[in-house]
Write a protein that binds this ligand. Structure first.
Ligand code: ATP
Length: 224
């Protein structure tokens, strides 16, 4: 990683009552970098994203985010009764009335064209994930934290979402922290990754190296 980090987490500990969800975790995302965070259920991935967004407080360590962070939360969290357009606009409210026009989002994510007036709850899972990404982009983020991009989606839909993320990263220099249970997808999209196990960062490095690490292959890539 080069340059000043857009996300810099150092020695982060988060507790829920007596339970320690994160135990002295370090993680950095450089400007315009795409970084993956992988780990099994309950490893603490969502807690880390919540800490980045200031939704849980640290019992120890520091969290620094340079610029604007937008989240694509696990489960997408659409307002099902509201139209796609209104869901998108909610992502821009922090920018006030001068916030981004939704038309830019339809250009970036053309699969949403023609769906603007549909209640978000009537869309497919893949379309809803696209709205969740569009809503996050409305905040004009410097870094996007995506919690479980691929969960419950068909491989073809995941391919489309991945292509959009690659384009946003390449053409607009968007930094991405991709939280994924699907390590193969995470490694395909990102040059660097972290592995979280039971609240501790156990491995970190270039995905090309991690993909050959026997511990990663057996635990996360379905290998021997
Ligand atoms: P998943 O993929 O299932 O979402 P995760 O890696 O995101 O898992 P977290 O949701 O961050 O993991 O949970 C980390 C640990 O903290 C787990 O043991 C979980 O049971 C616990 N935990 C999470 N949220 C709370 C909470 N609000 N109160 C108590 N314990 C919690």
């Amino acid at each position: 990683m080069s340059g000043q980090a857009v996300v810099d987490v150092a020695g982060l500990t988060v507790r829920y009552g007596a339970a320690t969800a994160l135990d002295g975790v370090d993680l950095r995302v450089g400007p315009g970098e795409m970084v993956a965070l992988i780990g099994a259920n309950g490893a603490g991935k969502s807690t880390l994203v919540k800490a980045l967004a200031g939704l849980v407080s640290a019992a120890g360590g520091t969290v620094h985010v340079q610029g604007r962070l937008a989240q694509v939360p696990e489960g997408r969290e659409m307002f099902a009764e509201l139209s796609v357009d209104d869901n998108l606009r909610l992502g821009g409210w922090r920018n006030g009335r001068h916030g981004r026009d939704t038309s830019a989002i339809y250009e970036l994510l053309p699969e949403l064209n023609g769906l603007g007036r549909r209640p978000a709850g009537t869309l497919s899972g893949g379309q809803q994930q696209m709205v969740a990404i569009g809503r996050a982009l409305m905040a004009r983020p410097d870094v996007l934290a995506i919690d479980e991009l691929s969960l419950g989606l068909a491989p073809m839909v995941v391919d489309t979402l991945a292509a959009h993320l690659r384009a946003l990263h390449r053409e607009r220099g968007l930094a991405v922290l991709l939280i994924e249970q699907n390590a193969a997808l995470a490694f395909e999209l990102c040059a660097r990754a972290y592995v979280l196990e039971a609240g501790r960062m156990v491995l970190e490095g270039p995905t090309a190296d991690l993909a050959r690490d026997p511990r990663v292959v057996s635990a996360y890539l379905g290998g021997p």
